[in-house]
Design a protein around this ligand. Structure first.
Ligand SMILES: CSC[C@@H](O)[C@@H](O)C(=O)COP(=O)(O)O
Ligand SMILES: [Zn+2]
Length: 211
């Protein structure tokens, strides 16, 4: 069972790596088991070439439960995965990638949210409204990762998300879902929306009114 989850993560990472979203060891993926523990990528691994030995299983307190390679360390961004799992009890997978588009989009606003264009793809993120006005929360990329995780916890404690995703400025997205398959789709959809946003900017389209 736990090995199955790692297979999902390995396949997803290979795909994201091939898309250019996990180059140079960037990004980290995790998936949660029924007992609340989760497999997460070990820190600094080449995400296009992961094997089952490149994961660490942690409990909900952030303690290591299973470590196939003794000197491996959990992802440097484990505190963000813990924050997501604590905020969203139904989340079973949490995926973080670094795309160029996400980094560019995060520079289009000085505010703390990125408005999303009202396009059909939002339905794939669970937004079923006529002309929806939704945004992705934007967090500061502190060097100290637990500080980012703390702000994420504080934000979602008072603000329910419109979509299952967040953006860290000059860094990348994190999505969560009730299964690894859904998290995979969410990454693809958010990245599609960001590519659209950048393309619309280049065409000088006003996204407030759609097209
Ligand atoms: C290319 S370095 C990127 C890292 O600093 C970090 O942001 C990242 O996403 C991967 O860290 P990792 O510790 O391998 O999970
Ligand atoms: Zn990262």
């Amino acid at each position: 069972m736990s090995g199955d989850l790692r297979s999902d993560l390995i396949a997803a990472a290979k795909h994201f790596y091939d898309r250019g979203w996990m180059v140079g060891t960037a990004g980290n993926l995790s998936a949660r088991l029924a007992d609340g523990s989760f497999w997460i990528t070990a820190s600094g691994r080449a995400k296009g070439q992961l094997t089952e030995a490149d994961f660490i299983r942690m409990n909900s307190d952030g303690a290591i439960v299973e470590q196939p390679v003794p000197d491996s360390r959990p992802s440097a961004e484990t505190s963000i995965h813990l924050a997501v799992y604590n905020c969203f009890p139904d989340a079973k997978a949490c995926y973080h990638v670094h795309s160029i588009e996400a980094n560019l989009v995060s520079r289009l606003t000085a505010g703390d949210a990125v408005p999303l264009p009202a396009i059909e793809m939002l339905k794939g993120l669970g937004v079923w409204e006529e002309n929806p006005q939704v945004s992705i929360p934007l967090f500061t990329n502190y060097l100290e990762v637990p500080k980012i995780a703390k702000e994420i916890c504080e934000f979602f404690a008072i603000c329910a998300p419109s979509v299952p995703a967040l953006l860290i400025r000059d860094h990348g997205i994190t999505v969560w879902a009730d299964s690894p398959a859904a998290a995979y789709n969410y990454v693809e959809i958010v990245e599609y929306i960001f590519r659209y946003t950048i393309a619309a900017r280049q065409l000088n389209l006003d996204l407030r009114f759609g097209i």
